[in-house]
Design a protein around this ligand. Structure first.
Ligand SMILES: *Cc1c(COP(=O)(O)O)cnc(C)c1O
Length: 497
């Protein structure tokens, strides 16, 4: 491996005068930069890297080879559903008919794209048992915020203004309390039982104390321990009984797809992470799509733009200002259209019949791994899980080998690490989600490696504690990186040899 190429910025490879391009002749005869208003002109040349084409190509190719994605290998990152992204999704998303569109072009010139959008709105409603969807939000967290804004708008419209509390389980994803805070709501945490489900007694206590102030309860199902919240009907009754609404964090919809529907369970508002449940390469902050669905009666509050059909169902229109109670715009234009398009292709290519296989296969794969590893790794919550489950580190704690060490050692064996140290319910959380796509051979190979690491932890713990040994970068100082992030590069005006 050529270390010189790793860790260097393109700026550091720069040599004055090197070029990888030639510009066409200026077609605007007689136009000179001097004609631009002074305040729009640079006083100095931009400091851009100057490189030959080979250097540029090698630089980025080597960087891309350092990346790990689902196209490289098994990626069992719990809570994130890193599933395989079918090539047909990419092919269709790359068609110029779609990617050369402009969000402001007249509706009669892009009826095909609007049809994708319109069909996806109704397809998601059908899959979840809700009344209407907006596809505008650009991430799960963005969907949570939008959904909570809908809930606030609903309470406000009824002059029920003191409802500022949101009940959130202690196992929830960090974005839940964060979204509530951004929406100006206060979080009330409800405990989990030792079985990992919402504690009904604790919830009863909260509802008795806070009833008239409760705006909503947010639930993730299956929850972040991969467990189906079996008491949802009772919880929904309690929350509705005190005048609150039920919010479904749909990030874990994967095992439910085509099997059961949040709308039928008593939820009023939900978001879906298209980039998790419905394919799309994600990670590193995007791109995402977090559509929000609502039950009947809450549609007027949804944001705009929306795509609607005319009376005869012959033309699709984009509507913005027509709804009096709408939240209005919550982002740019229509959201991440290319992600919505990929999701649409994903569902259509599976078809009604195969969509139903996603959940059972994801569940089978997770339970298989769990059963085969449960002697080497500590399983705090027994019983059947859904699409994912959590170990609390190695079973044998005497070796001093931590979850972090196991995760780093997996990299040496060519696997992406599972989610670690989340959920916060256990000290050494190791959260595994294989998804429905992986073959038994891939899963068995992963299980073998996990057994090997457990054995190494016992026989040669230092090997695991000092892993990874064959990645370009070993262990980074996460705390330093978080507290003192260096996100800019100081340009040096020097010549390299
Ligand atoms: C991923 C996730 C979110 C947030 O979704 P983003 O698209 O990353 O913003 C929320 N809740 C749960 C349970 C998640 O796994």
């Amino acid at each position: 491996m050529n270390n010189r190429l790793y860790g260097q910025l393109i700026f550091e490879l720069s040599h004055t005068g090197r070029r990888a391009y030639s510009l066409p002749q200026n077609r605007f005869d007689g136009f000179a930069t001097e004609q631009l208003p002074k305040e729009l002109r640079r006083s100095e040349d931009a400091e851009l890297p100057e490189c030959d084409e080979m250097t540029v190509v090698r630089h980025y190719t080597n960087h891309s080879a350092n990346n790990f994605g689902v196209f490289n290998g098994f990626y069992p990152l719990g809570s994130c559903t890193m599933k395989y992204n079918p090539i047909i999704d990419e092919e269709i998303a790359a068609m110029s008919d779609f990617c050369a569109l402009h969000p402001l072009q007249p509706a009669d010139t892009c009826q095909g794209a609007l049809e994708v959008y319109y069909s996806m709105q109704s397809l998601l409603a059908e899959l979840t048992g809700l009344s209407e969807f907006t596809l505008n939000p650009c991430a799960g967290a963005h969907g949570e915020l939008t959904g909570l804004m809908v809930i606030r708008a609903y309470h406000d419209s009824r002059h029920d203004l003191q409802r500022t509390k949101v009940i959130i389980p202690d196992s929830a994803h960090g974005t839940n309390p964060a979204s509530a805070a951004v929406c100006g709501l206060q979080v009330v945490e409800v405990k989990s039982t030792s079985e990992g489900l919402v504690d009904l007694d604790d919830l009863k206590r909260i509802v008795e104390a806070e009833g008239p102030n409760v705006a909503a309860m947010m639930m993730t199902n299956p929850n972040t321990l991969g467990l189906f919240e079996k008491d949802i009907p009772e919880i929904a009754q309690m929350i509705h009984g005190c005048g609150g609404l039920m919010y479904y964090d749909g990030a874990n919809l994967n095992p439910m797809l085509g099997v059961c529907r949040p709308g039928d369970m008593g939820f009023d508002v939900m978001h879906i992470n298209l980039h998790k449940t419905f394919a799309t390469p994600h990670g590193g902050g995007g791109p995402g799509s977090g559509p929000v669905g609502v039950r009947e009666g809450l549609e007027p509050f949804l944001p705009t733009p929306r795509v609607v059909a005319d009376e005869n169902n012959t033309m699709l229109h984009v509507v913005t200002g027509e709804y009096e109670q709408t939240l209005g715009s919550i982002g740019q234009f229509f959201g991440n259209f290319a992600v919505i398009l990929r999701a649409y292709v994903y569902v259509l290519s599976l078809g009604r019949e195969h969509v139903k296989m996603v959940g059972p296969l994801a569940t089978l794969n997770a339970n298989y791994i769990k059963q085969r590893l449960k002697d080497d790794y500590k399983l705090p919550i027994k019983g059947l899980c859904k699409h994912e489950f959590v170990f609390d580190g190695l079973a044998d704690k005497s070796t001093g080998v931590t979850t972090m060490d196991v995760a780093k050692r997996l990299l040496d064996y060519g696997y992406h690490a599972p989610t670690i140290y989340f959920p916060l319910l256990f000290h050494e959380s190791l959260m595994i989600e294989p998804t429905e796509n992986e073959s038994k051979q891939t899963i068995d190979a992963f299980i073998d490696v996990m057994h090997t690491i457990a054995k190494e932890a016992h026989d040669t713990p230092d090997v695991v504690k000092s892993a990874p040994h064959n990645t370009p970068i070993g262990r980074v100082d996460d705390v330093l990186a978080a507290k003192h992030p260096v996100v800019t590069f100081k340009q040096m005006t020097h010549e390299q040899d």
